[in-house]
Design a protein around this ligand. Structure first.
Ligand SMILES: Cc1cc2nc3c(=O)[nH]c(=O)nc-3n(C[C@H](O)[C@H](O)[C@H](O)COP(=O)(O)OP(=O)(O)OC[C@H]3O[C@@H](n4cnc5c(N)ncnc54)[C@H](O)[C@@H]3O)c2cc1C
Length: 528
């Protein structure tokens, strides 16, 4: 048994920064993967790319780092992000604190000593005062539960476990299941290589052209010269500052003006610009309908076969209610002779067969099946650890009807366990690298203040969890997000309970309320 001040779980962007920020303490980090980078270590499928401009999707904590690093493209691809995160691990000498391929499996809080006992896959048993869970909101893969996988003679790949040396799909019949953000990035690349691609779609996604291009030297220079101010602007928005925000409601414009503005946004080369064309796209259904129909018409214009175009055009939820996807020629892919779209909503997949996949209507012969089926999002990484808090209560029991957490940070009855990107935080409604960095600073400040004030334990009250649940619920009623079934509300996985798990009040309000709670003598917390 070893003793540490702090255990950090996860060596993604958040966990790595936590190691650096908390370096004056005795810290160890456990990471399930064999390398650092989290999302950008696991998701090495072809086409994996960030949807936030590179100059913004980068650490802000060290000015020399942000001045020296050169991003080759406006929107970074996975290999570049992995290279960057490895550079950071070396540059800040973080590696000797990280134990790779050594996931945390079990944790138990010792109430008498105010210590966590942490047990890992390789048998490590560590006792520590604080646990910083940087386990990721999108890190627990969702694997389809269809029976018969052992019968299938071909290969099954999940996008989060892509072979690191790639896979040659030339001459193969590939089935891709899932058309979320990942599937949209992947399909054009598979289609260009495979003999045939069959895309199984349950729910179509809204997507706009990514605008990726080689880094514009003027843009890079402008950001590097103004980084302090730019980073401040990011904190005052949601971390995406390149966008033009409209202060004008859709109803104020004529039809011709609306179409002209939307056309401008579509070709703006700034992801998400469509959602900001009018001030009320995410709050007013009629405004949203205008934007949704604009995108549906784009899909109809791109995709030559009208039936396929209609199937690809989302009609059951408002645009932006799930994170808008960005793509590099996704809809165009369906004009290729070697690509077929299958409506897996009308005829769901029921099983693997020896030859491929069977839906309720047909059997599809395939050599490779790629599951781009997303994640047991937000709560999955935490609930997959056996966590026992005060009174022997399991986290999975506490969260049986959905997650609770004060400020999305700490769960009542699970003291000294502080989450980064926990449930009920802004998550994908903000730029997550930036929010992760902010949350790590917030957590580090809390730990430092507890230490200097002589406390050894911090918990939340159930009353405070209730306040936060009300805040999250109240805000979700102001926006259209609740109208979509997605991983925001646990509806991407059959049977998963969760309610609305994302804070949609905006990062600035989230940060302000979090700071106010601390300033108000740790309101909602119990220190002892
Ligand atoms: C394909 C994809 C694209 C994305 N694109 C964007 C984007 O464009 N913009 C954006 O803002 N965000 C994006 N995200 C979200 C992305 O997750 C965050 O931006 C950011 O990388 C999160 O960093 P993190 O360190 O908090 O979590 P992660 O990167 O998820 O890292 C968590 C780490 O914890 C480890 N872990 C989990 N459980 C355990 C355990 N029990 N024991 C040990 N280790 C454990 C995991 O292995 C993982 O390495 C994307 C996510 C995915 C999956």
């Amino acid at each position: 048994m070893e003793t540490f001040d702090i255990v950090v779980i996860g060596a993604g962007f958040s966990g790595l920064y936590a190691l650096h920020r908390l370096r004056d303490h005795n810290v160890v980090c456990f990471e399930a993967g064999a390398g650092v980078g989290g999302t950008w270590y696991w998701n090495r499928y072809p086409g994996a790319r960030v949807d936030i401009p590179s100059m913004e999707y980068s650490y802000s904590f060290d000015d020399e780092l942000q001045q020296e690093w050169r991003w080759p493209e406006m929107f970074s691809a996975q290999p570049e992000l992995e290279r960057y995160v490895n550079h950071v691990a070396d540059r800040f000498a973080l590696r000797d604190k990280i134990r790779l391929s050594n996931g945390v499996e079990r944790m138990r809080f010792d109430e008498a000593a105010n210590r966590w006992h942490v047990h890992t896959a390789k048998g490590d048993h560590v006792v520590c005062k604080y646990v910083v869970a940087a386990t990721g909101a999108l890190s627990a893969p969702n694997t389809p539960a269809w029976p018969g996988r052992e019968r299938f003679k071909g290969e099954v790949l999940h996008t989060t476990a892509w072979p690191s040396d790639g896979i040659d799909l030339t001459g193969k019949r590939v089935g891709q299941v899932g058309t979320g953000s990942t599937g949209i990035q992947l399909a054009p690349i598979i289609a260009a290589q495979a003999e045939h691609l069959t895309v199984f779609q349950r729910t179509p996604a809204f997507s706009m052209p990514s605008g990726n291009r080689p880094m514009d030297p003027g843009h890079e220079q402008e950001w590097k010269q103004n980084y302090p101010q730019r980073r401040q602007e990011m904190l005052q928005t949601a971390g995406v500052s390149m966008l033009q925000r409209s202060g004008v409601a859709c109803s104020e414009y004529t039809e011709a003006e609306r179409q002209a503005l939307l056309e401008e946004a579509w070709t703006s080369q700034s992801a998400f610009q469509l959602l900001l064309t009018f001030s009320d796209v995410l709050t007013d259904k009629e405004s949203n309908d205008v934007v949704s129909e604009f995108v549906r018409n784009k899909i109809r214009a791109i995709v030559k076969d009208p039936e396929t175009a209609e199937l690809l055009a989302p009609k059951t939820y408002p645009i932006g209610a799930k994170r808008l996807c960005i793509d590099n020629g996704y809809f165009e892919t369906f004009n290729r002779d070697n690509v077929t779209l299958v409506d897996a909503k009308a005829a769901p997949i029921v099983e693997f067969t020896e030859r491929g996949l069977r839906t309720t209507e047909a059997e599809y012969d395939l050599d490779v099946i790629v599951t781009a089926t997303g994640f047991d999002a937000i709560t999955g990484a935490m609930t997959r650890i056996d966590i026992e808090g005060v009174g022997g209560r399991k986290l999975t029991d506490k969260w049986v009807d959905g997650p609770t957490a004060w400020l999305g940070l700490i769960v009542a009855g699970f003291p000294n366990l502080l989450m980064i990107h926990g449930p009920l935080t802004p998550g994908a409604q903000a730029q997550m690298l930036m929010v992760g960095e902010w949350q790590v600073n917030f957590v580090a400040d809390i730990i430092e203040s507890l230490e200097s004030d002589g406390f050894s334990r911090i918990d939340a009250t159930e009353e405070a969890e209730g306040w936060w649940a009300e805040e999250v619920d109240m805000l979700s009623r102001y926006t259209l997000h609740r109208l979509a079934d997605s991983w925001y509300n646990a509806k991407n996985i059959e049977g998963k309970k969760g309610g609305f798990m994302i804070y949609v009040g905006g990062f600035p309000r989230f940060a302000q309320l979090s700071n106010e709670a601390i300033a108000d003598n740790f309101k909602g917390f119990v220190r002892s």
